[in-house]
Design a protein around this ligand. Structure first.
Ligand SMILES: [Fe+2]
Ligand SMILES: [Fe+2]
Length: 264
């Protein structure tokens, strides 16, 4: 007996309680692996993204930057990353739930990513709790989910702007954050970010692969199409210094990275 996949994805996406969202996501990933979920069902289903009442979402400029040298500053930093992981669960669920004409492997890939994002959330939540704080204690950045809404009509744009742009920025941002955490003596959090960085190279790699797959289907040249999309969506351009080795492992070509760096 199989069950339709998409209502299950919609249910996990809509969950407002984090523990429930994570439990539903983990269960989808396990049942998908054992072949219990059917991706060929075509019934349309409304999608709504659920999140808890806290944290309050604010613009980038309103997110407080504090020195990670103090425990309070470190809690703010870990909270900001935790919010990214929370949003990343929803993003991966939405990639899988929203675009219904993709090959089976596409669903397998993003279901797997949603489960990894849930693991990242739990690992970082533990670090934040060790500093006496919970998810929701500080305001968080609204921007990541906004890009999901802007790209909800086209899976090619979604792959370019979310995994291949925003998650790739995470590859650049992580090593400097790890150095700050190490400098503050928080080696445990830095090791959690080792795990996250390793997995995130995989997520960007999937975004790169599906973006290139969709470009090939539509006879588009991927690297120039990517630059056109960044301009079209007025997206934040990748900023130097980029994490070149991580980006190359994820599928960027050295030429493309050089081109992106130059435009800046
Ligand atoms: Fe993550
Ligand atoms: Fe990710």
């Amino acid at each position: 007996m199989t069950e339709a996949l998409f209502p299950r994805l919609a249910e996990a996406l809509a969950a407002t309680d984090i523990a429930e969202k994570i439990a539903l996501t983990t269960k989808i990933a396990a049942e998908w692996k054992s072949g219990k979920l059917d991706w060929r069902d075509t019934a349309p289903i409304p999608l709504l993204c659920g999140r808890p009442a806290r944290p309050a979402l604010v613009t980038h400029k309103e997110v407080l930057q504090r020195s990670p040298q103090t425990p309070e500053g470190r809690a703010h930093l870990l909270h900001a990353i935790l919010h990214i992981e929370f949003t990343a669960i929803n993003l991966a669920l939405d990639h899988a739930a929203r675009f219904r004409t993709m090959p089976e492997q596409y669903y397998a890939d993003w279901i797997g990513v949603a489960a990894e994002e849930a693991e990242h959330f739990l690992l970082l939540q533990e670090r934040l709790q060790s500093l006496g704080h919970e998810y929701g204690d500080f305001p968080a950045h609204a921007g990541l989910w906004e890009m999901a809404e802007k790209t909800e009509n086209d899976v090619l744009d979604r792959m370019a702007l979310v995994p291949r742009l925003l998650e790739a920025r995470g590859l650049d941002a992580t090593p400097p954050i790890q150095r700050k955490l190490e400098a503050a003596g928080d080696h445990q959090s830095a090791r959690v970010l080792d795990i996250i960085l390793r997995d995130e190279i995989g997520h960007v790699g999937l975004g790169d692969r599906w973006f290139r797959h969709l470009c090939a289907e539509r006879n588009l040249e991927p690297e120039s199409t990517y630059r056109e999309l960044l301009t079209h969506y007025k997206a934040p351009w990748p900023q130097a210094p980029m994490n070149e080795s991580a980006r190359i492992s994820a599928g960027f070509s050295p030429d493309e990275l050089a081109g992106l760096a130059k435009k800046r």
